[in-house]
Design a protein around this ligand. Structure first.
Ligand code: 5AD
Ligand code: SF4
Length: 491
């Protein structure tokens, strides 16, 4: 398997076609899934003839970029087995790819399920599937079994690769099909996916997380850290580039610890250098970096790179060393500020963004002011601010001193105001400069305008036409309006 050639998408179609349904499904992956894709196609074609119309699907994604990438894989399978995309949830196969990082993400899913039930009463052929992080929580599955029996299929984060097989089980079964794995060390390559954008793509470089920050449920629902083989990553990107991709976003919960568990260990900085060599690839982004693992080697590689974007998302979580300790983040305020200083010294033009949690158990007003102090010292381009959410099973959920809601809300509002004020002035610092922009789409409100992204991730709108989509061009940034620019194409 080590030196196996990556099977490109067009070959996947041929391999699905050549699956032999007169025999039993093969045991080896990904061939087993190709067999089930063909089997599922037979079943959907039959249903389609019966209804005299094409069957439709809708995949609704909650949460992070990892989930967005997983959803592209679900779409890749659904399209290959004969479903066409519907504009909304009024479809024959609806899938919710769920998130559970904060409680309100869960509540939204339960809320939407009521609506799906009403749609299903009108369309009895409708299949409802739930997957993603929320399904890895046993109490969630219990609740679904008890009160949401109209759901057809439930699976988790570790076995998403066998989606085709699960679809066949759901289509041939009148009862709820449930398949959840506790953990896995398996990574299955060569499955189809359907990209949302033709010119940019997410690429998983690792799965899971070993950090166990005390508030976070991710290590419990995404399992232990596993890195993909560098050869598989490089080949996937080469294939994407051959297919028109110019920008990749390397995805992992903690990309800075990439490669530690490989047979031949390799650092993230080394992986980046290999990816940089891929001809035709113009931009490299990555997400997310844990400050404790961000090495000087990585800063050096970024500094010398022509392709790595001038943007770092560096979650702070809290500015108080005391709280950081309770969060099990393994850095303190001084170490974080020192890291930022080293990054800014190497790349003065870099844009820094962050995640901050307000109201962690035991957070005092002084702790909170330490967070504001870091925000003022670092001056982030933008920050995602979250109210602490108690996640059952995490160490923080059992901590004393949970903070009253009104106190947290007041701190949250104060932090947000400060973060936005600083973000606005930081974003404006490029006014008047000419920057390289990757054109992403036509502006939905004004079709004369195109929307693109700078290397530092800021958005710019400028006059142009759709032939520019997916191209890099030079744009002068005329005016900053809060968190985006209005510009003019030059050259
Ligand atoms: N409550 C609030 N925010 C959380 N995050 C992770 N877990 C929680 C929680 N229990 C935030 C962190 C992380 C981001 C993805 O979500 O800031 O970086
Ligand atoms: Fe959660 Fe911490 Fe892992 Fe990020 S690094 S996914 S916050 S446990």
């Amino acid at each position: 398997m080590e030196n196996k050639e990556l099977i490109f998408d067009s070959n996947i179609d041929k391999l699905i076609e050549s699956a032999d349904l007169t025999r039993e499904a093969p045991t080896e992956e990904p061939y087993r899934q190709y067999w089930f894709m063909k089997k599922a196609r037979e079943l959907t074609e039959e249903k389609s003839r019966e209804l005299n119309r094409r069957l439709t699907f809708c995949v609704n994604t909650f949460g992070c970029q990892m989930n967005a990438r997983d959803s592209e894989k679900l779409v890749g399978v659904l399209e290959r087995i004969g479903y066409v995309e519907a504009p909304d949830e009024n479809a024959d196969f609806v899938i919710y790819n769920t998130c559970t990082v904060r409680e309100n993400a869960n509540l939204r899913v339960y809320g939407r399920l009521g609506y799906l039930h009403s749609l299903k009463k009108k369309n009895p052929h409708m299949m409802i599937g739930l997957c993603g992080c929320m399904m890895q929580e046993p109490q969630v599955v219990e609740k679904l079994k008890k009160s949401y029996s109209f759901v057809n299929l439930i699976f988790g984060t570790h076995n998403i690769y066998k989606f085709a097989e699960l679809v066949v089980a759901a289509l041939t079964n009148n009862r709820m099909v449930i398949d959840i794995w506790k953990d896995t060390d398996k990574i299955v390559e060569d499955l189809p996916s359907e990209r949302k954008y033709p010119f940019k793509s997410g690429v998983n470089i690792m799965f899971g997380c070993n950090n166990f920050c005390s508030y976070c449920i991710v290590p419990y629902v995404r399992g232990r850290e596993r890195s993909r083989n560098p050869k598989d990553i490089i080949r996937e990107i080469e294939h994407l580039v051959a297919d028109g991709v110019v920008e990749v976003m390397l995805l992992g919960q903690n990309v800075n610890s990439y490669g530690k568990n490989l047979e031949e260990p390799m650092t993230f900085a080394q992986l980046l250098q290999e990816i940089e060599k891929i001809e035709g690839l113009e931009r490299i982004r990555f997400m997310t970096s844990h400050p404790k693992d961000l090495s000087d080697e990585l800063i050096e590689v970024m500094k010398n790179s022509k392709k790595i974007c001038r943007h770092l998302h560096l979650p702070l979580q809290s500015g108080s060393s005391e709280i950081l300790k309770k969060m099990n983040r393994k850095y303190d305020k001084e170490q974080y500020l020192n890291l930022v200083e080293r990054i800014r010294k190497a790349m003065p033009d870099i844009s820094l963004t962050t995640d901050i949690i307000v109201g962690f158990p035991g957070e005092t007003e002084e702790d909170f002011l330490e967070t504001v102090d870091v925000v003022e010292k670092v001056r982030y381009d933008s920050a995602f601010t979250f109210i602490y959410s108690k996640r059952t099973g995490t160490p923080a959920a059992a901590m004393e001193n949970q903070i009253p809601e009104d106190v947290v809300k007041d701190r949250f509002d104060r932090l947000l105001a400060r973060v936005q004020e600083i973000g606005r002035s930081m974003s404006a610092r490029y006014t008047g400069t000419v920057q390289e922009v990757l054109v992403e789409e036509q502006n939905s409100q004004d079709t004369h305008l195109m929307t693109g992204r700078l290397s530092n991730n800021l958005v710019v709108h400028f006059e142009g036409d759709t032939s520019l989509i997916g191209k890099l061009c030079q744009v002068r940034l005329d005016e900053c309006r809060g968190f985006y620019y209005m510009g003019t194409k030059v050259g």
